[in-house]
Design a protein around this ligand. Structure first.
Ligand code: GDP
Length: 424
């Protein structure tokens, strides 16, 4: 059976923690989209880790960690990350890399930087990890699939094609040094030995695992609102962040995904530019940012301060619906314990019309938040294990939000650790 762990919002909902926790019962954990551009923070018995490429199941001996075909595979970053965890006494994880995954090239990272420079103030807030150039090339059919790098003729021929296209842009648009086909070939040849032990026909492997009744977890990166189709285009990422894409990015039948655990944060945060209706500013935002997450709301990959806001029920209802949610994991609730009152954005006012349906970006730009304010619970809820033991106002907050979003909150996370969870 397959469970997906995905985000309802802008990312950073705590998917890493929930995946690490659910991985206890999983045989296989797979990353199915995205690359090293976002991070998952995990706190467990080995310490605190920021993972960017590895699935969040790597901390258990019994799980196999898979890099699916949908991932943007940055080989040096993958190996640096493996080293960073084994250096801290985590046993070497069992890793498989899809033979259909494609490789992030050093020039993808350069193009990302050049484009951000060119756009200057109008940039998309890219993390400059090469993700957008990588996926553009994948769909332009000039990407390098892992399976191809073992064949000199294939990579030489494609390297010529890549240079012919890229060098026009490098010369005339960016005014930067040109690429040489032999450097591209050398880069790819350098990855052969590194990757060879891990390369796997992942869809066959997973098909067999499913026949054997194995438990499989799909781990999503970012959240619904960063999906290229259903998110706040163009301020989105370059691969689908939806559970449905798990079937494609891992190579499993869509009907195999029986559970979709959508991770939804008790307040809002976002990194990078883009529409954010319930955003707050000034001291109010600074305080939430300072207290947020586990040691403040700063990007796991970039260290950038996250933008903060109150819970957005319109965006989250939509975020859960587009994921095909069966269970909501409601996270970082403990952070809100300092507030006397907690505003919740329950609707948008767009040109005088009030709606609870999340609109396209053009309409979203005009949306003003409609708030309802709930009383706070004014205490620390960390350590509580039973739903009934939560303060009444805290339960009221959860139940209010559950009603607004229309999907069952079955897990409540009240701390960053593996065991900080209340099942309902
Ligand atoms: P992801 O990308 O969705 O995995 O999220 P991140 O790891 O970027 O951000 C979540 C942050 O919140 C991390 O620092 C986690 O350690 C932390 N975190 C996760 N769940 C909780 C929780 O319930 N309470 C608190 N206080 N922190 C949490």
């Amino acid at each position: 059976m397959v469970k997906a762990v995905v985000g309802a919002n802008w990312g950073d909902e705590g998917k890493g923690k929930i995946t690490d926790m659910l991985a206890k019962e999983a045989d296989i954990v797979i990353r199915f989209q995205g690359g090293a551009n976002a991070g998952h923070t995990i706190v467990n018995n080995y310490g605190k880790f920021a993972l960017h490429t590895l699935p969040s199941g790597v901390f258990y001996n019994h799980t196999t960690s898979v890099i699916g075909n949908g991932v943007a595979l940055d080989v040096p970053k993958l190996f640096a990350e493996i080293k960073s965890i084994t250096d801290r006494n985590v046993p070497m994880p069992k890793i498989l890399v899809s033979d259909r995954a494609q490789i992030v090239m050093s020039y993808h990272i350069l193009f990302d930087q050049y484009e951000e420079e060119r756009l200057a103030g109008k940039s998309f807030g890219s993390t400059k990890s090469g993700i957008a150039p990588f996926y553009s090339d994948k769909y332009a059919k000039i990407g390098f699939q892992v399976s191809e790098i073992f064949d000199d003729d294939v990579i030489k021929e494609k390297a010529e094609r890549v240079c012919a296209q890229k060098n026009v842009l490098l010369e005339h648009l960016y005014h930067k040094p040109l690429l040489k086909p032999e450097d591209i070939v050398k880069e790819l040849q350098g990855y052969r030995e590194m990757l060879a032990p891990y390369v796997c026909d992942v869809s066959t492997y997973l098909w067999n695992a499913l026949q054997e009744g194995k438990n499989i977890l799909l781990e999503g990166q970012l959240g619904t609102l960063k999906d290229p189709d259903h998110g706040i285009y163009p301020m989105v990422t370059s691969s689908s962040t939806l559970a449905a894409y798990g079937a494609i990015g891992a190579g499993i039948p869509p009907y195999a995904i029986e559970k979709v655990v959508t991770v939804c944060k008790a307040y809002s945060s976002a990194v990078g530019a883009g529409e954010f209706v319930s955003e707050i500013f000034g001291e109010e935002a600074d305080e939430l940012r300072r207290r947020g997450g586990d040691g403040g709301e700063f990007g796991a990959t970039t260290g950038r301060p996250r933008r903060m806001g109150w819970f957005d029920a319109v965006a989250s209802k939509y975020g859960c619906r587009m994921q095909g949610t069966t269970d909501v994991a409601f996270t970082v609730l403990d952070v809100l314990g300092y507030l006397d009152e907690i505003p919740v954005c329950v609707a948008y006012d767009i040109d005088g019309k009030v709606t609870t349906d999340f609109p396209t970006t053009t309409m979203l730009k005009k949306a003003k938040p409609v708030y309802e304010t709930l009383p706070g619970w004014k205490c620390d809820i960390r350590g509580i294990k039973k739903y009934e033991d939560l303060p009444e106002n805290c339960r009221k907050y959860i139940e209010f939000i559950e009603k607004q979003i229309g999907f069952p909150i079955t897990m409540i996370s009240n701390g960053p650790g593996r065991d900080d969870i209340i099942y309902r």
